[in-house]
Design a protein around this ligand. Structure first.
Ligand code: NJP
Length: 230
């Protein structure tokens, strides 16, 4: 309650669950996505946002700053899985522009606002939904995992920089989640035992709810059915 949080990629999947959970907990929530038509998100202000487009990000960030956001959740992201020989420059750009550049652009746009908050004695938070594959890879995952390793690097560099202006930075690293990820459908039977978007939202809310002297650096979570070394 009392918090004002911006969430990118709030139209579906994890971002939608995060926005819903935050609104349910009494926060003022500004969601952003390219799609707004037909998105039912009671209690959430859903604004147009394409994280790959500088002007769109700037307009969204201005609205967020005006609303007094104290936390940004960088969640927007796309999947792409193929062997290295099938990768194309266009696909490279789509994935990197969304997952890496998008995170950088949106974060960059709000840093002056976070610095102004710091000058007034207020703290701020950035929570980046990356992936469990931000630090492990697999065949077919070159492009996607490269983007997530990069997003992790951005997250950690920001944590260092943000220390100077009262910014706490968290990386959320989910394993397989039942969403629309990578042009799939939510609720397919093969995803029955995967994480639910609400499970990831719980992790985001945890990171946002710890007292101000605590920083949750990262949360790594998997569905029990996913057997991975960590
Ligand atoms: O995917 P999905 P998830 N500008 O497809 C938005 C990571 N992750 O919820 O613009 C702005 O259901 C899109 O909105 P729209 C993953 O890498 C997932 O699973 O309207 N927004 C939609 O709201 C990603 O970072 C799994 O198309 C853009 C949302 O992003 C995050 O979780 C595992 C956008 C995608 O919803 C959320 O993905 C894992 C743009 N240019 C990490 N492009 C998993 N699902 O298993 C997309 O380890 N969006």
């Amino acid at each position: 309650a009392g918090r004002v949080v911006a969430v990118s990629g709030a139209s579906k999947g994890i971002g939608r669950a995060v926005a819903q959970a935050l609104a349910g907990a009494g926060a003022t929530v500004i969601g952003g996505a390219r799609t707004r038509e037909g998105v039912d998100l009671p209690g959430v202000t859903l604004l147009p946002l394409d994280v790959t487009q500088e002007a769109s990000v700037q307009a969204f960030a201005e609205r967020c700053a005006q609303a007094g956001v104290d936390a940004l959740v960088n969640n927007a992201g796309v999947g792409s899985f193929m062997p290295v020989q099938d990768m194309t420059p266009a696909e490279y750009r789509r994935v990197m522009d969304t997952n890496v550049l998008g995170t950088l652009l949106l974060t960059r746009s709000l840093i002056p606002h976070f610095q102004a908050r710091h000058a007034r004695g207020l703290g701020s938070q950035v929570v980046n939904v990356t992936s469990d594959v931000s630090a492990r890879t697999f065949g077919g995952g070159a492009l996607y995992t490269a983007s997530k390793y990069a997003q992790r690097a951005v997250t950690q560099a920001l944590a260092h920089e943000g220390h100077a202006y009262g910014l706490r930075v968290t990386e959320i690293r989910p394993g397989m989640v039942d969403t629309f990820f990578n042009a799939t459908q939510q609720g397919e039977s093969y995803k029955a035992d995967w994480l639910r978007p609400a499970d990831v939202a719980d992790a985001v809310l945890y990171a946002l709810s710890v007292p101000r002297h605590v920083r949750v650096d990262e949360v790594l979570l998997h569905p029990v059915v996913q057997d991975v070394a960590f």
